[in-house]
Design a protein around this ligand. Structure first.
Ligand code: ADP
Ligand code: MG
Length: 386
């Protein structure tokens, strides 16, 4: 079984839909974030890994100014003219690839037209960043078919602009950077202020460990509005504290910062961001020294902070984390923006099935929908495959 999409099946679907050959197939993976949640829009630190689950995009340039967008995961086809690609003009899923073309055009690449077919194995809307894979793969495909070759970090920025400026999702840079820059066997340590990155070895198999990903199947509730609200409250707290971003509040400076804030909610938000940045740095230090086991408690502390201070968890997520820890996981936490989505756990390799079964049992007891689970090894970032 392979977790990624089949490039040849994507190319076949392209041919069936458009009646001509694609010029290539590009692949961009989904990601999970090991630790560092809601830190990216605070200029802080993140530590994602790419998943073997990915999105393939087959594409060919057109010369008549027409853009046609199709997905094997959606019945909605979309067609427009390049000159009509303006924010707000494209509904539904097609806003993501249309936004990618718009961002590329804004950066100065002349888009003559495009036929695009995408095919993905990344479950969508579960916090594994299917949207970033979609925009990254589209930027890559459109750039390459138009003779441009932006470097991977630049593609990530353009893909982020697609979500921010075209789709209207005020996300940070983490998801796109992970999809573009991650390498197999490593976690991507990123300073989202300087955009500096470091590939940190993340050797699970060598330590007898596994990373279990549990899709809680909890429906996302009010996720966009709540995300924007968290972001606003961080910006407001930074303004009150007189710093450019919450990244500039250190662990030592935290007590004084909390004193200076006017209300309990913003104190909780700031405490999450500051302690979460610290946990990312501690995790990176442990991974650099090969102490993978000791990362577990940092996962668990991160989860408590998201639950109690950032208030972005839901009962399904908390239940999964509690069940995993009770079943012997070394650490567990929600990953992604929150309000549902996925939970990750660091587990002894031989205990992955019993840990997942513990979540299933806890869900049955509470009447929650059956969760899905898989183990993942850190995979390679985006690339051209055909
Ligand atoms: P996530 O990025 O965590 O998966 P988002 O809500 O940010 O969740 O993005 C999910 C959206 O991305 C979907 O609602 C859809 O519009 C779009 N999308 C992702 N993958 C595909 C795909 N294969 N085909 C069509 N649209 C997709
Ligand atoms: Mg997304």
């Amino acid at each position: 079984m392979t977790a990624g999409p089949s490039p040849s099946a994507c190319a076949d679907a392209f041919r069936d839909a458009y009646g001509h050959e694609p010029e290539g197939v590009w692949i961009a993976p989904g990601r999970i974030n090991l630790i560092g949640e809601h830190t990216d829009y605070n200029d802080g630190f993140v530590l994602p890994v790419a998943l073997p689950h990915a999105l393939a995009a087959a594409a060919a340039r057109r010369t008549d100014g027409v853009v046609r967008l199709r997905s094997r995961q959606s019945g909605e086809e979309f067609a427009t003219r390049t000159s009509d690609l303006v924010p707000g003009s494209v509904p539904g899923w097609a806003a993501y690839p249309a936004g990618a073309l718009w961002a590329l055009a804004e950066s100065g690449v002349r888009i003559d037209g495009l036929d695009l077919m995408v095919d993905s194995t990344i479950p969508s809307g579960t916090g594994l960043s299917s949207s970033a894979a979609l925009t990254c793969a589209t930027v890559l495909a459109a750039a390459h078919t138009h003779g441009a070759s932006p470097d991977p970090a630049r593609v990530a920025v353009l893909a982020q602009q697609a979500e921010n400026g075209f789709v209207g999702m005020p996300c940070g840079i983490m998801d796109q950077s992970a999809s573009m820059l991650a390498t197999a066997g490593h976690a991507l340590f990123m300073d989202t202020r300087s955009l500096e990155t470091e590939q940190v070895p993340f050797d699970l198999a060598g330590r007898g460990l596994a990373l279990l990903v549990v899709d809680t199947r909890a429906p996302h509730r009010h996720v966009d509005g709540a995300y924007a609200e968290r972001r606003r409250s961080c910006e407001e707290a930074a303004r009150v504290l007189g710093v450019p971003a919450l990244r500039d509040v250190t662990a030592e400076g935290l007590p004084a910062a909390l004193e200076a804030l006017p209300d309990a909610v913003s104190r909780r938000r700031v405490r999450h961001v500051v302690t979460e940045n610290e946990r990312v740095l501690e995790t990176v230090a442990l991974l650099r020294s090969g102490d993978v086991h000791r990362v577990g408690p940092l996962f668990t502390a991160s989860h408590a902070s998201m639950r109690d201070d950032y208030e972005i968890t839901v009962p399904e997520v908390d239940t999964a984390v509690d069940a995993l820890l009770a079943a012997g996981a070394l650490g567990a936490r929600m990953t992604g923006g929150g309000f549902g989505g996925c939970v990750i756990a660091l587990v002894e390799a031989q205990e992955r099935e019993s840990c997942l079964e513990a979540v299933r049992a806890a869900y049955r007891e509470r009447g929650f929908a059956e969760p899905a689970g898989f183990t993942a090894l850190p995979a390679q970032g985006a690339r051209r495959v055909v």
